[in-house]
Design a protein around this ligand. Structure first.
Ligand code: HEM
Length: 413
């Protein structure tokens, strides 16, 4: 699937690592990962990535100084070497290291701190309730497009100061651009992803200009002085963190909200239990994020070889920390293939949000959106039904969920 497969992939004999094709992984990710996890801590995928499979290694190595973030290596592996999409890979907080990473993360970190975001809960609850209220009379919706997409987009819009009327445009660009962060990326996706990256970056530029003229009480206005203080390169870098927040804030949570609803409806007794007792909501959110995560891995690069129990992570490798695999590891979870919202063996740091210096900045916000998104549905639409099986695609990185058609008895229907 990646552009440079022939150069990146090495044979099993050369590397000593079990080789797996991306196609096999995509076809049945949980089964393939489980089969390998039992016998080896790591596999090499034919697109050049080494996958780390076991919970213990994922948890231990996420803060290990022998690994760093991937910077632009991942983009280059995919044949992305210049242009607006490459600029994103080069300038985003997500893929940077050391002092550069601190410089990019610090100005946005406070806004997403747990206590700051907690104060937004009532407004996010109101957003979720308003979205459900709009749908109630219709008796059916496509949960992904009609509910799971607008809720996180409006929430990140609230924080950054993005007008609600822009949601359809910026979400369209985000979804096209974030294809570059999925495991199903094809080189043919490049033109659309590039165009989307250009449009989203221009959109943010325009917003920054507007806020410079007329500041408001939002994060973009707060970042204007920082953008103005730097030279053009520094200003572009700061603006790219706003692009990063729009992307991270609207895509992953969309999938997670659709998946958690689909999973609960696939387990009707658990759906009914949440409808009866809202104290079960945080557990349902945590379990859905474990069982079928919206993000299936996060990347790192090895600075030196690292010995594991049963294998060696080679130096200079692009490593995919497979949370998709680690969160089904029976060494950490009892009956990992059972969806159980009352599970009590979640680790304190949920693996789906990564770890160390790069741990997801939006974790608190995402949890509130997922909790309030679920609460509004269980309160207003307890008779919600799933009208097609839930299908989640992708063996790594940002995953994709198919349309989720649902229906209910509309008032008077
Ligand atoms: C269910 C929803 C979400 C999931 C599963 C998720 C997952 C992740 C993961 C795995 C990482 C990489 C961590 C690492 O490399 O160690 C990450 C980073 C990040 N996430 Fe999220 N995320 C979600 C929602 C959000 C939201 C709503 C925001 C909005 C603010 C956000 C903003 C970020 C940012 C800015 C980073 C980069 C942090 C850094 O590198 O310092 N995420 N997220």
């Amino acid at each position: 699937m990646a552009a440079s497969t022939s150069t990146a992939a090495s044979s099993e004999a050369e590397t000593g690592l079990t080789m797996v094709t991306r196609a096999a992984l995509e076809a049945d990710p949980h089964a393939v990962l489980a089969r390998h996890r039992e016998i080896t801590p790591l596999i090499r995928v034919d697109d050049g990535v080494v996958m780390l499979l076991r919970a213990r290694d994922v948890q231990a190595l996420v803060t290990d100084p022998r690994l760093r973030q991937v910077e632009t290596e991942f983009a280059r592996l995919r044949g992305i070497t210049a242009g607006p999409l490459f600029d994103f890979f080069q300038q985003t907080v997500l893929l940077s290291n050391g002092e550069v990473h601190r410089r990019r993360r610090t100005p946005i970190a406070r806004t997403f701190a747990v206590q700051v975001v907690a104060a937004l809960r009532p407004r996010i609850r109101a957003l979720a309730e308003a979205l459900v209220a709009e749908q109630v009379p219709r008796g059916r919706m496509n949960l992904l497009a009609d509910y799971a997409s607008p809720l996180p987009a409006r929430a990140i819009g609230l924080i950054l100061g993005l007008p609600e009327r822009d949601v359809p445009d910026f979400t369209r660009w985000v979804y096209a651009m974030s294809r570059a962060l999925t495991s199903t990326w094809q080189p043919s996706d490049l033109p659309e992803a590039e165009e989307a990256a250009r449009r989203l970056t221009d959109y943010v530029d325009d917003l920054v200009k507007q806020r410079r003229r007329a500041p408001q009480d939002d994060l973009i206005s707060a970042m204007v002085p920082l953008i103005e203080a730097g030279d053009p390169d520094e200003a572009a870098e700061t603006r790219m963190q706003i692009v990063s927040l729009i992307l991270a804030g609207s895509d992953t949570t969309r999938a997670a909200l659709a998946i958690q609803t689909g999973l609960l409806l696939t387990h009707p007794a658990q759906w009914e239990a949440v409808c009866r007792d809202e104290a079960l909501i945080p557990g349902a959110v945590a379990e859905a994020l474990r069982f079928e995560p919206a993000v299936g891995s996060f990347p790192r690069f090895t600075l030196s070889a690292i010995a594991l129990d049963g294998g060696v992570l080679p130096a200079g490798a692009l490593v995919s920390f497979s949370t998709l695999s680690a969160m089904r590891d029976p060494a950490l979870y009892v009956d990992p293939d059972v969806f159980d919202l009352r599970r009590s063996d979640h680790p304190r740091w949920h693996m789906v949000f990564g770890g160390g210096a790069h741990r997801c900045l939006g974790e608190a916000l995402a949890r509130i959106e997922l909790e309030e998104g679920l609460r509004a549905l269980t309160t207003r639409l307890p008779d919600l039904r799933l009208d097609a099986p839930l299908t989640v695609r992708g063996s790594a990185a940002i995953r994709r969920v198919d349309e989720v058609p649902v229906s209910w008895r509309a008032p008077g229907g």
